[in-house]
Design a protein around this ligand. Structure first.
Ligand code: GLC
Length: 630
């Protein structure tokens, strides 16, 4: 695709469409009547009944140790003796942000995952393993996988269909490596951009998070209905992770129940309606009570009132935070409603998965954890594994490997990038870069740095700089490919090449946050880094038109960057497909992105509630080329 055919296709409605609509309507009615197309109605009820009967039958055969094994998820890095998989009947394995098989190539991932499955299936009842990974913006741990814009960029698209397509591609690339479970979507409603996980949140508006989160669930799990999943999604982190005071990661969300429900529970209602099969509990607290020990929210609200019938997994060693005595911590988490514990520690380490199994068995025998709670947890886990089809088909289709990182998948990500860009300023209509631009001078180390384009949770937990993964395209490379013949693109990472600046028709400066994840991204202030402000200032001093493109996981305090730029584009953390940015900058696609969250004016008014009174840019703002404002 050379970018030219990316103009947004707007079909005119024709008589033929009417016929399709009529046929489609009949088809839908037939399906809803249980005709079998979409397995709702009678077919779904039959499925559901069959699954519940199979779960009951299996549960009756299980020993206590086998049940507790299902309630245990172990990080691959802690699994030194992989025979524990069948010996202890472990329910799940994950690869956390920094855990990878010996090398990070797709085929190695697949071989490792299938080996774990083969070992697990040697357990007495042949209960299959559920393998999970943080596929939060593509299958982002794996070399060569397509890396999508982080959720804040997808939020700027406001395009639920596109978010669903992106999740579908992610599921395909994840299943290609044998993995069924993505710890996504994050349903945080990030209300303070000082939080290092703001970019994992679609928006500070719960309604937009709900709409796009449900779309991601459908994309990951497929539309087969509640009783059949393509892959398994995981709504996280339940709940209120994005509402902590000052945006402190794993902090305390302080508000009354009506506010908590209106902002932080709303997206979970939508995800449960979309059929999400798992939920991850939040490290954070609500009014001082840790979510992992919050029986009211985890059991009475989530499983009771909201009717969630999948299972709750803890976060990484989050149970340990409930009490200094690990056994007591386990009792509090399981009794509150955690069904599966995510355990990063192995034999020889404190709070290992073997400690967990031993303590939980003691707690049951001492009557401190009721057998009924164990049965409820295991029933939920087995139900989800059966809905995934794991018992019948524990191994995924190897032919999917050929599509991992494919041009077809990259085209979906490229469209996400295009639609995520938000044009904040366009003085003198500097953008789009017209074909009259004969010399384009590009400045800024991030302009040619794939790692900075992708941000955290890319190949490693914190992300990195440089060519972190193969198959991607930096903005500089994309521009060099896409500019019209005869246009020269020069580059100066530090912006000190004055001759090139003097010779240029336009100077494009890329300003960027360095990659980070979770608490490592927590900040007290959000100023654009001084070295970036200096580069934009120097570009402006050249007297040439200045276009600034910003890579960030959140709105930043722009300071002089706004005045010194003729045009300003928020690109968020776009991922591997830099071509999508070139499409917009060169006018092959309109900028359609709109701010998914309010853009604060200064460091004194950073949270949504503070910034909304007098924002630099309101939520929903975004300019187009054809129109001065949207
Ligand atoms: C992390 C994150 C969570 C992630 C989990 C497994 O600490 O909080 O989002 O899914 O651990 O990597």
């Amino acid at each position: 695709m050379n970018g030219r055919e990316v103009r947004r296709f707007r079909p005119r409605f024709r008589a033929g469409h009417a016929a399709w609509l009529l046929l489609g309507g009949f088809g839908l009615a037939w399906g809803l009547a249980g005709g079998g197309l979409c397995p709702s109605g009678r077919a779904a009820q039959r499925d559901s009944g069959r699954i519940e009967a199979r779960v009951d039958a299996l549960l009756r055969q299980m020993t206590l140790e086998e049940k507790l094994g299902q309630m245990t998820q172990v990080d691959l890095g802690a699994l030194k003796d992989r025979d524990d998989l069948w010996r202890l009947g472990l329910g799940s394995v994950l690869c956390g942000g920094n855990t990878d098989p010996e090398d990070n190539r797709p085929a190695t991932w697949r071989r490792t995952v299938l080996d774990c499955q083969r070992l697990t299936l040697q357990n007495r009842l042949q209960i299959p393993l559920l393998f999970g990974v943080d596929a939060v913006h593509g299958h982002n741990n794996v070399l060569g996988a397509v890396i999508f814009p982080h959720n804040i960029g997808l939020g700027a698209t406001r395009n639920a269909h596109l978010v669903e397509s992106a999740a579908r591609v992610t599921a395909d690339e994840m299943l290609a490596t044998g993995i069924h479970w993505a710890f996504a979507p994050c349903l945080a409603v990030a209300r303070d951009p000082r939080w290092g996980r703001t970019y994992e949140s679609y928006s500070d508006d719960p309604a937009l998070v709900a709409e796009l989160g449900a779309a991601a669930v459908r994309g990951l799990q497929g539309n087969a209905g509640r009783d059949r999943y393509g892959a398994l999604a995981c709504a996280k982190h339940y709940a209120g992770d994005g509402g902590t005071t000052w945006g402190v990661d794993q902090g305390n969300t302080e508000c009354d129940e009506a506010t908590f429900r209106g902002i932080h529970l709303a997206p979970y209602r939508a995800a449960i309606r979309a059929g999400v099969g798992s939920v991850m509990a939040s490290y954070s607290s609500w009014n001082g009570v840790k979510l992992h020990g919050h029986r009211y929210l985890l059991t009475e609200v989530l499983k009771g009132e909201l009717g969630f019938d999948g299972f709750v997994v803890s976060d990484w060693a989050a149970i340990d935070q409930l009490h200094p005595n690990y056994k007591e911590a386990i009792a509090r988490a399981i009794n509150a409603g955690v069904d599966m514990a995510m355990i990063p520690n192995g034999p020889g380490q404190a709070n290992s998965y073997r400690d967990y199994l031993r303590y939980l068995a003691e707690l049951v025998r001492e009557g401190r954890v009721p057998g009924s709670r164990i049965d409820d947890a295991v029933r939920r886990i087995l139900r989800v594994k059966m809905r995934l089809g794991l018992f019948d088909k524990p191994y995924t289709d190897e032919t999917l490997l050929a599509r991992l990182g494919s041009a077809e998948h990259r085209a979906v990500a490229r469209r996400c990038v295009r639609e995520s860009l938000v044009l904040l300023k366009n003085e003198g209509r500097v953008l789009p870069l017209s074909s009259k631009v004969r010399r384009l001078h590009v400045v800024g180390p991030a302009a040619d740095d794939l790692g900075m384009q992708c941000g955290g949770w890319t190949i490693s937990w914190q992300g990195g700089t440089g060519t972190v993964t193969p198959g991607g395209t930096t903005l500089l490379a994309a521009l060099r490919k896409a500019v019209p013949a005869g246009t020269e693109v020069t580059y100066s990472a530090d912006g000190t090449d004055e001759a090139a600046a003097a010779a240029a028709d336009v100077i494009l400066v890329v300003v960027a946050e360095k990659p980070y994840a979770e608490m490592m991204g927590d900040r007290k202030e959000l100023n654009v880094p001084e070295e970036d402000r200096a580069r934009v200032r120097r570009a402006r001093a050249s007297g040439k038109p200045v276009v600034t493109v910003l890579y960030s996981g959140r709105p930043l305090i722009l300071g002089s960057v706004l005045e010194d730029s003729h045009a300003l584009v928020a690109a968020w953390l776009p991922g591997t497909e830099g071509d999508g940015m070139a499409d917009v900058l060169l006018g092959r696609a309109e900028p359609v992105g709109r701010l998914p969250r309010v853009w604060p004016r200064d460091n004194q008014h950073l949270s949504t509630s503070e910034a909304e009174a007098d924002p630099l840019f309101p939520r929903g703002f975004g300019l187009g080329y054809a129109r001065a404002s949207r």
